[in-house]
Design a protein around this ligand. Structure first.
Ligand code: S3P
Length: 417
């Protein structure tokens, strides 16, 4: 089995969320091309509507009219599986009246929100959350004041929430990261006219108005493309091209990692707006060698770890993923899921303290009752694992893939030979 041909993944999930949610604070009208219609991004669209925003699809494009911060007084919002929707909304709603109650599905109701709420409370919002730091989250906005915030953990969602509150706060908000996470919020705020700049190693933001651009094109999602690119690196005879994918360096580190493992990758930059994008070709070349992911690299590879872990099972040597505790609090405990499900297929994974060690190469064998734990990235990893094992894709909750990549199986079918 091999993959051949070209494909375009859905619009980038992180950028799609942000352009929709920022319309709550901005003025002007915008036509968004290639907005992701994955379930998570549609949750953000629904949230914008519930908060009084004007948003809808027409001719395949998302039309947004900015709310200029004038939101409905109160709302109950089900953020479903989407951590990005809930966490970015917390920053936006911190400056509005409320109360706003944010809930989610079983997975989201278990995820940490206190880490976002605490700095927002420090800025002047009233926020209640559940014992254990989880949702429901009740936000009653206040008069915000800027803070000087040193990020205790590398998280783009946390950083974004503070910056979005900072945009509505008196005084100056400074956010310092010890390790850099994806920077779409900073870039988009700047593009939309926000008073935000980089100074002495921190992002500095002041109260300011945003204006939506007339047109906005969302580049393809590299984190979705990664599943197919990595699959091609494991299936002899493959040759695939991912078209129009986002090449922001805070998101493309998995390509560097693949190259360091011995994969043959060619990147062709094709554009710069709203962020760098282009085509990525992978030609199957050879058996790969093991990789090491350091704690500092992790934030820029965070969503690609499950598929890189599968790749490591097919690579020569011991791969080490250092300090990957953050992966335990994603849509599922991804460390436990990888160890149990890839283990069922004969892979050798071991947890040592907070590190994941993978011994390769091991041939993968078919397994019954593979589970995605309701987590789209685990389900897609297992689907590719089934292909590597040369067996039919049989995963209990495969439908959860629609959270980020609804046409994943269709594209896989088209590329497969
Ligand atoms: C995201 C940030 C990351 C990532 C998630 C999307 C974003 O989460 O895992 O899929 O759009 O800001 P963390 O901020 O929790 O690391």
């Amino acid at each position: 089995m091999r993959l051949r041909g070209s494909f375009a993944p859905p619009g980038d999930k992180s950028i799609s969320h942000r352009v929709a949610l920022l319309s709550l604070l901005a003025r002007g009208g915008c036509e968004v091309r290639n907005y992701s219609t994955a379930e998570d991004c549609m949750t953000s669209v629904r949230s914008v509507k519930l908060l009084g925003g004007s948003v809808g699809f027409s001719g395949g494009k998302l039309k947004l009219v900015g709310s200029k911060g004038r939101l409905v007084d109160r709302a109950d919002i089900d953020c479903q599986n989407s951590g990005t929707t809930m966490r970015l909304l917390m920053g936006i709603l911190a400056g509005s009246k409320g109360p706003y109650v944010l809930t989610g599905d079983d997975s989201l109701m278990k995820r940490p929100m206190a880490r976002i709420a605490k700095p927002l409370v420090e800025m002047g919002a009233q926020i209640c959350w559940n014992e254990g730091g989880t949702p429901p989250v009740k936000v009653t906005g206040g008069d915000l004041v800027g803070i000087d915030y040193l990020m205790p953990v590398a998280s783009a969602q946390l950083k974004s929430a503070i910056l979005l509150a900072g945009l509505q706060a008196d005084g100056v908000t400074r956010v310092t990261e010890q390790v850099k996470s994806r920077d779409h919020t900073e870039l988009m705020l700047r593009q939309f006219g926000g008073d935000i700049f980089w100074e002495d190693g921190a992002w500095v933001v002041r109260k300011s108005d945003l204006e939506l651009p007339e047109f906005f094109d969302v580049p393809g999602d590299p984190s979705s493309a990664a599943f197919l690119i990595c699959a091609a690196a494991m299936l002899p005879g493959s040759d695939i091209v991912a078209e129009r994918i986002l090449l922001n360096v805070t998101r493309s580190k998995f390509l560097d990692k693949l190259t360091s493992m011995g994969a043959e990758i060619k990147v062709e930059p094709q554009g710069d707006y709203p962020e760098p994008w282009g085509a990525v070709r992978l030609v199957y070349s050879q058996r790969l060698s093991a990789c090491e992911v350091t704690a500092d690299e992790l934030p820029q590879l965070i969503d690609e770890i499950p598929i890189l872990a599968l790749l490591a099972t097919q690579s020569e040597g011991v791969s080490v993923f250092n300090q990957i505790g953050e992966l335990r609090i994603k849509e599922s405990d991804r460390v436990a899921a990888l160890v149990s499900e890839l283990g069922k297929m004969g892979a050798r994974l071991e947890i040592k303290d907070d590190d994941l060690l993978i011994y390769g190469p091991t041939p993968l064998k078919p397994a019954r009752d593979l589970q995605g734990f309701g987590d789209h990235r685990i389900a897609m990893t297992l689907a590719i694992a089934c292909m590597v094992a040369n067996t039919a894709i049989n995963i209990e909750d495969i439908g959860c893939i629609a959270v980020s990549f609804p046409n994943f199986l269709t594209i896989l079918g088209e590329l497969r030979q």
